[in-house]
Design a protein around this ligand. Structure first.
Ligand SMILES: [Zn+2]
Length: 1095
């Protein structure tokens, strides 16, 4: 290898750019690397059927210059276009469309038909069978009304086991549960840290808290003492409440007599409600009057004893024992929804229909609204007025995952090609053609469902209407009959009015001492040799269009020329990192197949070249700058994969210092721990977004490296961060390689801009996720992959009507992995209500929690954590108090009454409040908190659900002869039995907890050792043993791994072992070591807050 040490003399990057290569056929990377984990739904099964519309005759030009929503028509710059910056000035906006072919008259005054459209060319609708396919292989025509065959059960999902006994009533001692108003966060006990536990075998700082406050083994049945009911350690005191300090005297002796408060409908899940006005699944109910609200559930503490009180041993008997089985159970709600809604497909033809829970395995049929896999809302029936919305305090938000992966049984969005004229849009608000546009005047015009503006139907798009006013080609056109579809974008939607080049991937490897010594550099290089054959490609393409480049770095950068004509790769070193440039004219970004030999040689040589390095310092910002400059020079978008090990302290732009300070926790300065220490990276991120340079960051820290700052660019460019603390080759390589494989292979769009349009009355006001915004409406992402979610909040700006409801249209403009510019459109129609009860009956608590968590996690950047927590509690108390006041039938003030759809709000909210970002335990690192904060911000609803309330499965109850999972149990220590083995997963970790009394045979079968004491908790995988129990458990682990977007870290926890503290952190119904309240305590606290609001 020849090495050129170059001074700063950056020649212009002169590599000739490939021109636009024509429209490639789209697909979704159905390939997968052997050994790579299955994504949640598995890979796409190849290309999807095409849909094509004949190219219209020439002469019609797309409308470009119309003003934004609400403005009178003018021909100024298009401020409402999805891509304002990308649109040049090349075309004069039309002043009209051509007349419809069926009518030669009645032009609107002043309109000039400039189209040369010939009537004879018009087709009334596209005969599906005759239309040439846009996506050729294995294509099936888009048939009118055709829908995928329902598949009742997806193999990748499994039902939990039999339902638990249904909770039929909430009756408890609540009124006596006075809350000590001065109770502040309990001082965190010294204990084992959460976050990345150091592998026990690893030398390094010992884990503190080796003494274990394990479960009291002297107690029968492993039942832990319930917390004292009257203290709420960990809940911040609000305003002093009635001078109560400390536990009050017992006031509620057990009283006899259960009484059914409601007629058995309590506990029934969100499925078809007997009284619910026929909305559930099936027939459309547009505008149908809502049925009466379902009976609320009640807790009546005044009259009901706790049934188990007398069964408890005396020393455990609390003064107010609330039966945990009598408070709403997440397990039960999940189970009931599965049973009620898992068997039927969810058909999206009905406005405002609440989808099944994210934990339910269901199939979706698109009949005009976007699948809940793309969009979920906090409520599907939103208040007509802002006063009502304010009164309820229920946030109106949508969680949008524009490129979500679908299960193989469901149909990917069809690609619609309207030819040179591009997609048909409303003249005023620029909304895209969708099923809710109203065609009028015999089909010659359409009225916008978002802004009511009337737009001429372009001649090529004209079609006659049937007797119901529906276009006769309704079922032939995805954009008229489906909730989700794609348009092929024209050159007007491209940067600089130029079709994009295919994107590039640049691999940038830290080769400092730590990275080399740990074996990481060699591991990455070995992996890339095979992984490069699995770059994303569009369906029928033989090879990926993505070009690749390589950089290594410590405090200087090394670029590699891997041009196919070279016998050996060439290295060029840039030691002046102050003003980064790319020293290669040609040969930096290459086609993998063409340069295969040179690349392989390079990947072989890199570990050798740096094997003896003594360099410990690294730079970071110059690495991103180098990637950015390379993409700029190549005039393409792309992704940087950066593998980085340490705080960048070497002299360079973006140099950082160690500013970690745990003493700031619980002070007003705590927020600085989440903020970047310099604005340098914000500016760099902005430049990256402008170029379409997305950054994925793989971190391997052995100490603090300031994730809050290093994460800025990945975060704002739509990228991902992966963190492997104390990376050890032996235990962590499998997890890292799985993550890397999935990250490289997954579907991703580049240079993406998303806009959410709404019908008159509401508008998108706030956005949460990994992106950059340069104005108030457009969400920009250098890269957007299939896992990324954007949560959007809406506010009223006018009144809504029950008749017309409310509409959302999410339009995502992006470049596919082959360089095709596309628009993906998702539409969703919601109901509107004048009765609060309708709002509460159509809420989605999981989505609400997703929104609230993201809202709170953003809040910690600017407010003290305590303020954020208090605000969350207050908002939820207001939500529930409003329900109680306006929707529930009159009842004793001592009753806690929760809306059916929100009965899990308290337990889930408590999990958010107790999470490491909002209430860190003593050993949670600053980097862990910053990392989790960023992860959660991009999570979808299923991910936040399991992250905040982990899934706990009794493995010893698993049926080894069936494919099903054992029934999940609630996250509380008192649900664990010493004789069983459990699995707990939260999307980041999998714990396998082993009780001290587990049969020796089971231990032998699962771990291959003969006794409990011999189980090593250093294991990172379960041993492969040939027996049914081992196979079953490993298959469960594999299945769970396949459902998550990241490979979870497996941690073996032995009961009463030091790691058990870490495990207990995830038993979220219990009081936490960091001071978080137990579920029971928190419910009491919420009840008190609600009563205060009502009094
Ligand atoms: Zn409009």
């Amino acid at each position: 290898m020849s090495v050129n040490q170059q001074a700063h003399a950056g020649p212009p990057y002169g590599q000739p750019q490939p021109g636009y290569q024509g429209y490639q056929q789209p697909a979704y990377g159905g390939q997968s690397l052997p050994g790579a984990p299955q994504s949640q739904y598995g890979a796409y099964n190849g290309p999807m059927p095409g849909y094509q519309q004949p190219v219209p005759p020439q002469g019609y030009f797309p409308s470009l210059g119309f003003p934004s929503k609400g403005s009178p028509v003018s021909l100024n710059s298009d401020t409402s276009s999805l891509a304002p910056n990308f649109i040049g000035s090349l075309r004069a906006p039309p002043t009209s469309g051509a007349p419809p072919p069926a009518s030669g008259a009645s032009h609107p005054s002043g309109h000039v038909a400039y189209s040369q459209f010939e009537h004879g060319d018009v087709q009334n609708g596209i005969p599906a069978s005759a239309a040439p396919m846009q996506r050729p292989p294995a294509s099936q025509p888009f048939l009118p009304g055709s829908a995928p065959t329902p598949v009742s059960q997806m193999s990748t999902f499994q039902q939990y086991g039999p339902p638990q006994a249904s909770v039929q009533q909430l009756r408890n001692h609540m009124a006596g549960m006075t809350i000590g108003s001065t109770a502040a966060s309990a001082p965190p006990p010294a204990g084992l840290g959460y976050g990345a536990p150091r592998p026990p075998a690893m030398p390094g700082p010992p884990l503190p808290g080796q003494t274990v406050a394990g479960p009291p083994s002297s107690q029968p049945n492993h039942v832990s003492s319930p917390p004292p009911p009257s203290t709420m350690a960990g809940l911040h005191p609000g305003p002093p409440m009635s001078g109560l300090h400390g536990p009050p005297p017992p006031t509620h002796p057990p009283q006899p007599g259960y009484q059914m408060q409601q007629n058995g409908s309590f506990g029934q899940m969100r499925g078809p409600q007997p009284n619910y006005g026929g909305a559930y699944p099936g027939a459309p109910n547009y505008g149908s009057p809502p049925g009466p609200p379902p009976p609320p559930k009640r807790l009546d503490p005044d009259s009901i004893p706790s049934p188990q009180l007398n069964e408890l041993p005396p020393q455990q008997k609390p003064r107010h024992r609330i039966d945990p089985d009598a408070i709403p159970s997440p397990i039960q709600v999940i189970e009931d929804d599965r049973n009620n809604r898992g068997s039927e497909p969810f058909v999206t033809g009905v406005r405002g229909q609440v989808p099944p829970l994210v934990t339910t395995n269901f199939m979706v049929k698109d009949q005009g609204n976007a699948s809940p896999r793309y969009i979920r809302c906090t409520s599907y029936n939103i208040p007509c007025t802002s006063d009502m919305a304010k009164q309820s305090q229920v946030p109106l938000a949508a969680v949008i995952k524009p490129l979500a992966t679908l299960p193989p049984e469901e149909t990917l969005p069809y690609l619609v090609d309207h030819g040179e004229s591009g997609p048909v849009r409303c003249n005023r608000c620029k909304a895209y053609m969708c099923p809710f546009m109203q065609f009028i005047e015999g089909g010659r015009r359409f009225q916008c469902c978002f802004c009511s503006c009337v737009t001429e139907v372009p001649p090529h798009y004209f079609q006659h209407l049937d007797h119901t006013g529906k276009r006769v080609d309704f079922y032939d056109r995805p954009e008229l009959s489906l909730g989700s579809y794609e348009f092929l974008a024209t050159v007007d939607y491209c940067k600089n009015n130029k079709f994009p080049s295919p994107p590039a991937f640049i691999f940038m490897i830290d080769v400092s001492y730590n990275a080399v010594k740990s074996g990481l550099v060699r591991l990455i290089c070995e992996e890339l040799k095979s992984l490069l054959d699995y770059l994303p490609r569009e369906g029928n393409m033989e090879e990926s269009a993505i070009r690749v480049g390589f950089v290594t770095y410590n405090k200087v950068l090394h670029f590699y020329n891997v041009k196919s004509s070279l016998a050996q790769p060439q290295m060029m070193v840039v030691s002046d990192v102050a003003d980064m440039f790319v020293p290669l004219l040609d040969g930096f970004l290459v086609n993998v197949n063409e340069s295969r030999t040179v690349i392989a040689s390079l990947l072989d040589q890199i570990p050798e070249m740096f094997a003896d390095t003594r360099e410990t310092e690294t730079v970071f910002a110059p690495v991103i700058q180098a990637g950015l400059e390379a993409l700029k020079a190549a005039e393409c978008a792309g992704k940087l994969f950066i593998f980085h090990t340490s705080l960048p302290i070497a002299e360079a732009p973006g140099k950082l210092k160690n500013r970690d300070d745990r003493k700031l926790i619980n002070t007003d300065k705590e927020k600085t721990l989440f903020q970047p220490q310099t604005s340098f990276y914000n500016n760099l991120a902005k430049d990256c977004v402008a170029q379409g340079c997305c950054v994925d960051l793989f971190l391997f820290p052995n100490q603090y490296l300031d994730v809050a700052t290093l994460g800025v660019v990945p975060y704002q460019t739509g990228g991902s961060i992966y963190k492997y603390a104390y990376f050890q080759l032996e235990t962590d390589q499998y997890r890292f390689l799985n993550d890397l494989r999935r990250d490289v292979q997954k579907e991703v769009g580049f240079d993406a801009v998303m806009r959410v349009r709404t019908s008159t009355g509401i508008r998108a006001t706030d956005f949460f996720g990994a992106f950059y915004m340069s104005n108030t409406t457009d969400v920009e992402m250098a890269g957007l992959d299939c896992d990324k979610t954007i949560t959007v909040e809406f506010k009223h700006d006018d009144k809504l009507s029950e008749d017309s409801g409310a509409l959302l249209q999410c339009a995502l403009l992006y470049t596919s992995c082959a360089g095709q510019r596309r628009l993906r459109i998702h539409n969703l129609s919601l109901n509107c209500c004048t009765q609060l009860a309708d709002l509460y009956r159509n809420c989605e608590t999981d989505t609400l929690i997703n929104y609230l968590a993201k809202y709170a996690y953003r809040g910690v950047l600017s407010s003290p954590v305590k303020t954020v927590r208090d605000a969350l509690i207050n908002q939820c108390a207001q939500i529930l108090a409003c329900y109680r006041k306006n929707c529930a039938s009159p009842s004793s003030a001592g009753q806690l009454i929760l809306p059916e759809c929100m009965k899990l709000l308290p337990v889930y909210l408590n999990c958010v409040l107790k999470s490491d970002v909002l209430q860190p335990g003593p050993e949670v690192t600053t980097d862990d908190r910053a990392y989790i904060r960023q992860l959660v911000t991009s999570m979808d609803v299923a991910e936040t659900n399991v992250f905040f309330y982990p899934r706990l499965l009794p493995l010893t109850k698993a049926d080894v002869d069936s494919d099903s999972l054992p029934a999940a149990i609630r996250n509380s220590e008192e649900r664990l039995s010493k004789g069983d083995i459990y699995l707990l997963e939260n999307g980041l970790n999998i714990f396998v907890w082993v009780g001290v009394n587990v049969q020796q045979g089971l231990i032998q079968n699962l771990f291959g050792v003969s006794s409990f004491s011999q189980i090593s908790n250093a294991l990172s995988t379960l041993p492969v043993l040939e027996n049914p129990f081992s196979k079953k458990v490993r298959s469960i682990v594999d299945m769970l791994q396949g459902q998550r977007s990241r490979y979870m870290k497996l941690i073996i926890v032995k009961q009463e072992d030091k790691l058990e503290m870490l495990f207990k952190h995830f038993l979220v119904e219990d009081k936490s070591l960091s001071g978080g309240a137990s579920y029971v305590d928190f419910l009491c606290h919420m009840h008190k807050e609600i009563r205060q609001l009502l009094s």
